[in-house]
Design a protein around this ligand. Structure first.
Ligand SMILES: Cc1cc2nc3c(=O)[nH]c(=O)nc-3n(C[C@H](O)[C@H](O)[C@H](O)COP(=O)(O)OP(=O)(O)OC[C@H]3O[C@@H](n4cnc5c(N)ncnc54)[C@H](O)[C@@H]3O)c2cc1C
Length: 392
């Protein structure tokens, strides 16, 4: 086989594309990952790394239940995913399972948290409701204004930038081929697909995985356009070196919901804005001021902590809040989608990658997803505007 022929070409080397590549390792398939880098602000580099299965549901009741089940499954997979990646690469991922505290200042917010806790327990999750003093016992730097909190002890966090570096290293160590280029176009070839890269290079692959995050454009003829819209998120990191934070803290909505996410060496991430439709990489001073002020209401010491860095990234959002996974049966054979992970790509990566790899390796000739719990996330659930037009 020549160097430019592969069994599987993955377009996009964020956490999703590289996790799919990892799940394909050891199955005697040659895999290429093609990644355009920072041409559009990637989401993975920008993420805080919360593995917040207990809090991150979206959409209607059916989608929210499905997302909780997928998130809980992925959260449970994270300890092994992180440990194996660390063993293989010798790189620390800063995985921590100290849980997440969502705090409230006043009665209305506390009632909403109680309701979330009841919902979570009904779905099989774990949560306890704390008064202000109990919350401060967990995290002494919390303001006296914190009147209540919902504590989800099973939630965790990881450092997404370290995960990305380790995934890249493991992929290359396992004979994967990484191309730092943009895929301009995907056409058909006699054996599958021909990918045209931005430097003029051509690759051939039997199957293609589209994991291009918020930049999911229509690269592949015959594939209904995936309904992905970017939701920009801005965040900052401050130096909290003197503080021994253990938990991720989610603040009351105002209207964005700031959070504090402690990382190794006292680095504290404060995120994040949600701005639909913006594709630029700029970071507004006003956004950073608001995030810092929201975080300082909950942890007053934030006011004194020096800023280390600020950044932005584009979350890949879908109309119903769920990811888009598997082969779109209205499109060509051998093309698989791993898109639309919106606010939770870090959390969902292990479970989605395993499921997708099974579908890619097992084929879907029977017309069934190998994992029935992926049914709510199938691409065909969205009716494309072209199909709507044809239907009249
Ligand atoms: C501020 C912020 C905070 C977040 N916090 C969390 C969190 O705490 N927990 C959590 O689970 N999730 C979080 N997320 C969401 C998470 O980051 C995303 O869901 C996840 O990173 C999506 O991964 P991805 O691989 O699909 O996309 P990306 O990381 O964007 O990667 C896609 C890659 O594809 C490449 N690409 C695109 N088009 C092409 C092409 N034509 N050819 C070649 N390459 C291409 C891009 O260059 C990019 O590198 C956050 C996101 C943001 C912005």
């Amino acid at each position: 086989m020549s160097a430019t022929n592969f069994d599987i070409a993955i377009i996009g080397g964020g956490v999703i594309g590289l996790s799919v590549a990892r799940a394909l390792t050891g199955h005697q398939r040659s895999v290429a990952v093609i990644d355009a880098g920072h041409e559009t602000p990637p989401a993975t580099d920008a993420a805080a790394g919360m593995l917040a299965a207990s809090f991150e549901t979206a959409g209607d009741a059916v989608m929210a239940d499905a997302l909780y089940a997928l998130g809980a499954q992925s959260l449970a997979a994270w300890p092994d995913f992180a440990a194996m990646l660390e063993d293989e690469t010798g790189l620390a991922l800063d995985y921590r399972d100290d849980g997440i505290l969502a705090v409230a200042f006043e009665d209305g917010q506390a009632t909403a948290l109680k309701h979330s806790g009841d919902q979570l327990r009904a779905r099989g999750g774990r949560a306890s409701f704390l008064n202000g003093d109990e919350a401060r016992q967990q995290e002494p730097a919390l303001s006296d204004r914190v009147a209540a909190a919902l504590y989800a002890p099973g939630d965790a966090q990881v450092d997404p930038r370290k995960v990305l570096i380790a995934l890249r290293a493991a992929f290359c160590k396992n004979a994967g081929t990484l191309f730092g280029q943009r895929v301009e176009q995907v056409g058909c070839s006699t054996t599958g697909y021909r990918l045209a890269l931005s430097n003029g290079e051509r690759l051939e692959a039997k199957s293609v995985v589209l994991a291009s995050g918020a930049a999911a454009t229509q690269l592949i003829a015959g594939l209904p356009p995936p309904p992905i819209t970017p939701v920009k998120g801005e965040a900052l990191a401050v130096d909290s070196a003197e503080n021994k934070f253990r938990h991720v803290i989610r603040c009351p909505a105002q209207p964005a919901l700031p959070y504090l996410c402690p990382k190794a060496g006292g680095r504290m991430i404060i995120g994040a804005t949600e701005i639909a439709g913006r594709r630029d990489a700029g970071v507004d001073d006003a956004s950073i001021r608001k995030l810092r002020a929201g975080a300082a209401d909950v942890v007053p010491a934030v006011r004194d902590w020096p800023e280390i860095e600020r950044w932005s990234g584009l979350r890949p959002a879908t109309p119903d809040g769920g990811p888009i996974l598997g082969r779109d049966r209205r499109g060509p054979e051998g093309v698989f989608l791993a898109l639309g992970h919106y606010r939770n790509g870090i959390l969902l990566a292990p479970a989605c990658a395993t499921a997708l790899a099974r579908e890619i390796l097992g084929g879907d000739a029977a017309g069934q997803s190998p994992l029935t719990h992926l049914q709510p996330f199938r691409p065909e659930r969205f009716v494309s505007s072209t199909a709507e037009d044809e239907d009249g």
